[in-house]
Design a protein around this ligand. Structure first.
Ligand code: CAA
Length: 270
């Protein structure tokens, strides 16, 4: 049994649950739960999110995670009220966005299920996930420019790498909100769906991913993320080494044997 302490923890700003997936690995669900502040990401909330993602990552019964907010808001950004009076040195010493780097180290895939506002840090949090399923009513944006600052949790980097310089300049310099369709056309969003089903759709995708061989899933994710900060040559080398590494796994032996024997593979995660 994996350690399930995160399911019992008394979090103040998030709701945590595990969704059964039959014979396959389960799905970990995190719901941001500060509706009175449109799920603004204060320091405490982000601590809870990161610690829970790490706990699900360690849990051998979980294959994939879904991170969501509520219908009105995924997250309306970093908590402005918490930062309003802070000095530069206080911000530097607190270094609150350093914690976000730990999301980059999560090995299992994380899906953002976005409805309503995904603004500033909310958009950056969705981009820190591996896939984004968006409701038709979702609104993405980096409005920091309207506060006299710039994105501080990866927006200038992740958005540019994902949708390119031309569009990232428009999003960040205008501070405007963009529809799910616009952000899907730009390549930020995996899929746009009806508002009634955005969470179900994300959970279904998470269940599908959780039914695949977990080591291959984790290495595939690692290789794709590697491509964002490597040359094509070193990225290809990284991919090839990981491809060869998978030949040491029992799941590779089972997957290829099952294909030859025309039956469904049974994964062990080994
Ligand atoms: N921080 C703190 N509180 C926030 C918040 C935020 N980012 N966004 C919304 N809230 C609060 C509001 O202050 C309000 O609280 P009160 O009822 O106590 O006044 C409550 O949530 C509801 O918000 P509104 O009344 O403003 O709701 P609305 O429907 O009229 O407007 C909105 C919605 C357009 C999203 C508007 O709330 C808004 O513009 N929010 C700020 C968006 C923003 O600028 N985000 C970037 C933050 S900076 C950042 O994220 C830096 C980074 O890179 C990490």
């Amino acid at each position: 049994m994996g350690n399930k302490a995160h399911l019992e923890a008394a979090y103040k700003n998030i709701l945590v649950s595990e969704i059964d997936n039959g014979k396959s690995l389960n799905v970990g669900l995190i719901r941001l739960n500060r509706p009175e502040a449109l799920n603004a990401l204060n320091i405490e909330l982000m601590k809870e999110v990161v610690e829970t993602l790490e706990a699900f990552d360690r849990d051998i019964e979980i294959g994939c995670m879904v991170l969501t907010g509520n219908e009105k808001s995924f997250a309306a950004g970093a908590d402005i009220k918490e930062m309003a009076d802070a000095s530069a040195i206080e911000m530097l010493l607190k270094d609150q966005f350093a914690r976000w780097d730990r999301i980059r180290k999560i090995k299992k895939p994380v899906i953002a299920a976005v409805s309503g506002f995904a603004l500033g840090g909310g958009c950056e949090l969705a981009m820190s996930c591996d896939l984004i399923i968006a409701s038709e009513n979702a609104k993405f944006g980096q409005p920091e420019i309207n506060l006299g600052v710039i994105p501080g949790a990866g927006g200038t980097q992740r958005l540019t790498k994902t949708i390119g310089k031309a569009k990232a300049m428009e999003v960040i310099l205008s501070g405007r909100m963009f529809t799910a369709k616009e952000m899907s056309d730009a390549g930020l969003v995996t899929k746009v769906v009806d508002p009634d089903i955005y969470l179900d759709e994300a959970i279904e995708l998470a269940k599908e991913i959780s039914s695949k061989p977990p080591i291959a899933i984790q290495l595939a994710k690692e290789c794709i993320l590697k491509s964002l900060d490597s040359t094509i040559e070193s990225g290809l080398e990284f991919e090839r080494k990981n491809f060869y590494l998978l030949f040491a796994s029992e799941d590779k032996a089972e997957g290829m044997k099952a294909f030859v024997e025309k039956r469904k593979a049974e994964w062990k995660g080994k």
